[in-house]
Write a protein that binds this ligand. Sequence first.
Ligand code: ADP
Ligand code: MG
Length: 677
Amino acid sequence: MPAELERSVTYLKGVGPKRSELYQKLGISSVYDLLNHFPRDYIDYTATADIKSCPVNESRAVKGRVVKKLPPARIRKGLTVYKAIFTDDTADLTIIIYNSGFAFDKLSVGAEYILYGRITGNMVRKEINSPMFIPADSNEKIQPLYSLTDGLSQQLVRQAVRSALSSFDKKIYEPLPKWIMKENGLCSLDFAYENIHFPKDAHSLDIAKRRLVFDELLSLQLGMNLLRRKNRSRTGCVMHSVSLKRFYDSLPFELTEGQKAAIEDCAGDMCRDYPMNRLIQGDVGSGKTAAAAGAAYFAAANGYQIALMAPTEILSIQHYETLTGFFEKLGIKVCLLTGSLSAKQKKTLKEKIAFGEYQVIVGTHALVQQSTEFNNLGLVITDEQHRFGVEQRAMLAAKGENPHRLVMSATPIPRTLALMIYGDLDLSVLKELPKGRQPVETYAVTGKLRKRAFGFVKERLDEGRQGYIVCPAVEESELDVQSVKSYAEKLAAEDFRGYAIGLLHGRLPSAEKESVMQRFKDGEIDLLVSTTVVEVGVDVPNAAVMVIENSDRFGLSQLHQLRGRVGRGQHKSYCILITDNVTEEIRKRLRILSGTSDGFRISEEDLKLRGPGDFFGSRQHGLPRLKIADMSQDTDILLLAQKTAGLVTESDPDLEAPENKGLREAAQRLFSQKTSD
Ligand code: ADP
Ligand code: MG
């Protein structure tokens, strides 16, 4: 990067040491940072409206001339009101400016201006309060609006950016190799910076934006590719091929083609001299655990230990049980490290693990990572990994002899996004569900039909099935335990009198959670009233009906994940979404769920509807924060960037060629920031 860009903003005209501290607050220290402080929005003075047809209480730009300036009215001490009459010949508009005689003085009678601001008043007498304005013949008709901090105004930031842009005697610089610009029809970085801040017109702004979005996505993908290379350090756990027949024969079911392929992918990976780094993606119920168990079997047969980490205690217990079911009869010993063990029990267990008495160690992330010494760790399996950042993923590698890594992802995500987020991993996708699964029949109803829905649930319970009711709490973090409790109590006392009801929520002590889940699994509980803690991976095949309250508050992917708790056995299953919010948009969203059971399609729709921020909710996806690209909207540029990154990486995997220096720097810069949340 040229020295001009690395210079501190302090030296820019109009900044200086005092203000540069304010810029620091916005994360801006160098000229480069300032140029990359992209406007959050623009005032578009080109799109003017007739005053006559302007709706009130909305912001508009209007073009006209000042007819008359009224004498200032001093209302009281400290409040002076300036007024002027403005017209565009369709109607008049009264300009009102409080106190700022300075702004008022800039308006001259007879001169033409474009004003921008909120139009108030009524359809007959319209007013505009403290509008922003430019002379009608100004060359800067699209003006940037920046995120600010106390002490900085739009005017000051604009001035600083202008001075930054003009501090280059020549062109700024061009990190992109020529062929990439040509192939993808991109403007120069010089043009892009100029026009993202001070667009000549809407078209130039589009062109500038396209270039900057491309750059960001290219850096992201190249960074991922570099990470993937970095992961290819040697492993001390080179395995050899062993037959999986014993494992396959011991299963109570036939694996799907996808499961078998995933297991063989893993087996192949673990025989190489660099660590496996693989993601198993699959829809809810596609049997990711069984596939991971196949990989674990392979590692155990090679004499290695396997660690399986789950995000919650409930899930780790469940994985423990599933794996015990698979492995006990094969002579592979499984243990469970949980928070509910006493200190003494933990100590004994850890000693046994270090001694190599157990081959498979299951636990929550915290526990397995903390101070656990392994005897011969060869494979680390993590469940629901997309809550963790790229960094954390790399940290897990530090245990043992650089073990192999396998990730099971909780939610299916669109392929383009998977390539980005998991760009440092190889991918195995479980496309089909196990045989005999029937799609969960899904209905969206309003609260008026709640009684009938409950009646329907009762019929299923009477047939011997079990059910879930997801209570009207929003997110686990906003959980109001009292209201959840009284909701459950009411159900137990009224609609579901005589049935065994259990209550599960995130604030229960883990021993209690465990016992509730166990009783539900054992069939002692007919109906489990739960918050979204059931969302992740809980597996009870006899559960065949689910009611979700306030279903409009959840994202589609989350609803799909919740719904995936039923329909896991051979029983026909149902999901009833209750909502009292019947806007067209909500209806459209919920209809997608009734219409398809394809989790990949649902997540694509979800992403389109909500954008990546909401799509991931409060969960980390572990990517660097993007400044300008939006992975849900900029899909076509995303594909171009991915293709380009592939070409670059193929010919120059470590980005060492001189022409790729700028690309390398940009990727490193992006990944050296804090990851987003
Ligand atoms: P998910 O992919 O949602 O994590 P699980 O691994 O929990 O799915 O598997 C869902 C259920 O399907 C479990 O009860 C599991 O035992 C069962 N299962 C897994 N694979 C198969 C298969 N090939 N055939 C039949 N049932 C299977
Ligand atoms: Mg699972």
